[in-house]
Every structure is written in C-alpha cells, then in structure tokens.
Design a protein around this ligand. Structure first.
Ligand code: KG4
Ligand code: ZN
Length: 335
C-alpha cells in the first residue's frame, strides 16, 4: 500500500499528482505554459521557471483538493530530479523538499525518463525483459530493461532528438509551437510526395535526425527563394514517414536481437499516431504505449516511477540537488 505525491517541473509544465498503490490515480493536475512560450516559438527557460514559481502553490492545493488527500496521509514525496531545465527543476525540487521536511516524509528523486517509461505501468504491468523506445523533446533512445528499474541504453541519437526535429520542422513550416502534434495532424491530410533522406539507416541502434531536419529546411528555403509554394501537409507527411520508418525499423531489430517479451514506448512523441500505427503493425511482439494523457510531461508518470522506488526504499537525502544532465543508467538497479 502506498500514497505518493509527485511533482514534475522539468520543462514548461508544472504538474502535481497523487497516486494510490500501483494505478489508482487520485489526480494529475498539469499547468501548461505552452500558450506563453508559443509567442516565442519555443520554451524560454527564464520565463518557464518564473511561471513555475507563480503557480506551484496553486497547483499543489488544487491537486490535494481534487484528490481529497491530507498531506499527513501521504507516504512519500517524489520529484523530478533531472534531466531538464535547471531553473524549472529547482522550483519543483524546492517545493518537494519543503513538503518532505515539514511533514516528515521520505523524499524520492526521480529520473524524468524513468517517469516516462513507467507511465506505461499506470495501465498495465510491464513484462521483462523489454525494450523501451524513448522519444521526447530531449531524448531518442533505445533502452534495454532486463528487469524492473534496470536501464541499459543500447542506442541513442547522435544529434537532435526526434521531438526537437519535429519542433524545428514545425517552425520552418510556420506551424504553431510545439510542431510535433501539428505535424502529426496535418500529415494525415498529405501524401509522401517529397523525397527525403532516410536518416542513419545502418545496423547500429543509434539515431540521427539532424540530416533529415536540414533536408526539410533546405527544401523549404530553396522553394521560398524560387517563389514556389510547398504543400505543408505533403511535407509533414514525407518528414513523418521517413522519421518513423527508421525509428520503427531500429526498434524492431533491437527487440529481436535482445529477444525481449515486449516493446514499450515512452515520451512526448509516443503520442504520435503514425508511430503508434506503424509500430503496432510491424512489430512481431506486443507493443505498449502510454495512454495519451500521460505521453507528454506530467506528474502521474513521476508518481508511478516513485511508487517503485518507494517500495524498494530508494530514498534521497534532504540535501538532494537537481541534475539538469542526468544519465538514465545512473538510476539502474542491478539484480
Ligand atoms: O516528453 P515531452 O513532453 O517533453 C520532454 O521531455 O521533452 O515531449 C515533448 C515533445 C515535443 O517535442 C512535442 O513536439 C512532441 O513531444 N510531441 C509530438 C506529439 N505530441 C507531442 N511529436 C510528434 N507527434 C505528436 N503527436
Ligand atoms: Zn518529458
């Protein structure tokens, strides 16, 4: 039995969740700042941390009210320790440490990507060994998990993360920030008519998306110079199909090589409909995606990973610091 209060503030969302046991989610409040950052075409770190300071108390109170929970009844306070924007992480961390100290609760510092991975367990038990495809704004990784909370990064992006590439392509196509969900939407209305290079389609488990991104940017700039108009829907569809093809092929190859029981997907880009359809269609093994509400940043996923850490007494000292750069393998637990 456990009741975990979790705080996530690594980027431009301040979120507080309360999770009872494995999957009784009492609330998951997410205060997004996207409308503000959209004015600048991307996340402005100083604005993000200032807005977090302004809303943290309200989000916390709203969460406790909605969950009808008294802080005295909480078993532990989980918080995203990193990776992320240093100023943003600090706000959640200070709030979590204050609550842990004032209410005499254990503190649990959670790796943001471990949170994304365990968002999947809010609906279904993960079967090990498994392979996790992590696709977010900051990460594109293949993680082999032999057992619970063991993380071996077997492949990663050599340059841009997939979400970052989506957002940059969105910007050159003059789509609103973040470009990922918009490209996903308009790609369905287009056809794959532009020829783009298949990025790093080799035998390794690594990815590279900057060449593909640059190819789209060059196509757009050259067309602009010649006064030609490109069809955004077709360009979005061409970009998405090429990006997904390499993600799916490499994931399936790694899953077969490592003989895993299932593939799980994690991170903001796991919301992508093209990725969902293609992976489900091509994978010979079971594929688990988080529910749409828990794909992009939220505290429910931090609570889910925090619940496992609580059960294994993986507590943090009260002088815990944020880790803006933070290797997932550092969190790995040996058998
Ligand atoms: O996990 P997340 O919320 O934040 C990070 O930890 O980075 O991921 C945000 C990323 C953004 O790049 C956003 O464009 C992308 O996820 N994203 C999508 C979709 N929904 C969110 N990318 C492609 N298709 C989507 N449907
Ligand atoms: Zn994230």
């Amino acid at each position: 039995m456990s009741l975990i209060l979790a705080i996530e503030s690594s980027c431009d969302e301040m979120s507080v969740a309360l999770l009872k046991d494995k999957r009784e989610l009492l609330c998951n409040i997410v205060a997004s700042q996207i409308d503000t950052h959209r004015l600048y075409g991307g996340v402005v770190p100083e604005i993000a941390s200032r807005m977090h300071v302004e809303c943290v108390s309200t989000v916390l109170k709203t969460a406790l009210n909605e969950a009808k929970v008294d802080l005295n009844d909480v078993d532990a306070i989980a918080v995203t320790k990193g990776p992320g924007l240093v100023g943003s992480l600090h706000v959640g961390m200070q709030a979590a440490k204050t609550l842990a100290l004032a209410y005499h609760k254990p503190l649990i510092g959670v790796h943001h990507i471990a949170g994304h991975i365990y968002a999947n367990e809010l609906v279904e038990d993960i079967e090990y060994p498994c392979l996790c495809l992590v696709v977010s704004g900051g990460h594109s990784e293949l993680v082999y998990m032999e057992h619970e909370f063991s993380f071996e990064v077997i492949g990663q992006t050599l340059d841009d993360a997939i979400g970052e590439a989506y957002d940059k392509v969105g910007r050159v196509l003059h789509l609103p920030y973040p470009g990922g969900p918009v490209i996903d939407k308009i790609a369905k209305e287009g056809k794959h008519s532009y020829k783009l290079p298949l990025p790093l389609n080799d035998d390794s488990y690594n990815f590279s998306f900057s060449g593909l991104k640059s190819a789209v940017i060059n196509l757009k700039h050259n067309a602009d110079q010649r006064g030609e108009v490109l069809v955004n829907e077709d360009l979005a569809c061409s970009f998405q199909e090429v990006a997904i093809e390499v993600l799916v092929n490499k994931t399936i190859k790694a899953a077969k090589d490592y003989q895993v029981k299932e593939i799980i997907v994690a991170g903001g880009v796991s919301a992508n409909s093209g990725l969902r359809d293609s992976l489900k269609e091509k994978s010979p093994m079971k594929v688990l995606f988080p529910p749409m509400a828990y794909c992009t940043d939220n505290a429910a996923m931090i609570a889910s990973a925090g619940r496992i850490m609580y059960e294994n007494s993986m507590f943090s000292p009260l002088d815990l610091s944020v880790k803006p750069s933070y290797d997932l393998e550092e969190e790995s637990v040996g058998e």
